[in-house]
Design a binder for this molecule. Sequence first.
Ligand code: CMP
Length: 140
Amino acid sequence: MAIQRTFSIIKPDATKRNLTGKVNAKIEEVGLRIIAQKRIQLSEDQAKGFYAVHAERPFYNDLVAFMISGPVVVQVLEGEDAILAYRTVMGATNPAEADAGTIRAEFAESIDANTVHGSDATDTAAEEIKFFFTDAEIVG
Ligand code: CMP
């Protein structure tokens, strides 16, 4: 067990439905601290760059279009085993498969409009945090 940082996005389906606070409550309830946060409108280039790892997947174009369809809230979360802790409270990517009580089970509308993104490993967490935040913007 170790203190880690992970990267989170509250996606446009959630910001449109005024769910930022409810998602943040779930994050804080599991002991994660929101140590950086900003609400932004992603450009197409940013969304394509952020999800470049999925560029060859059939859902890539729809994913990029969805992620620029409204504001997002990008965040850095810190806590004990933060990457796994956040993935656990997010629930499965497909909300139909998400465990009861998770963010996606409670709020997500579909596999695209699935309310949140969270990093899947330490190296991607570091890269994703750097993509959106300078060190000065992160106050742990
Ligand atoms: P996210 O964690 O943001 O990473 C990539 C996103 O692609 C994922 O959440 C889903 O919202 C979206 N997506 C759409 N279809 C699929 C799929 N078949 N498998 C994985 N992710 C998908």
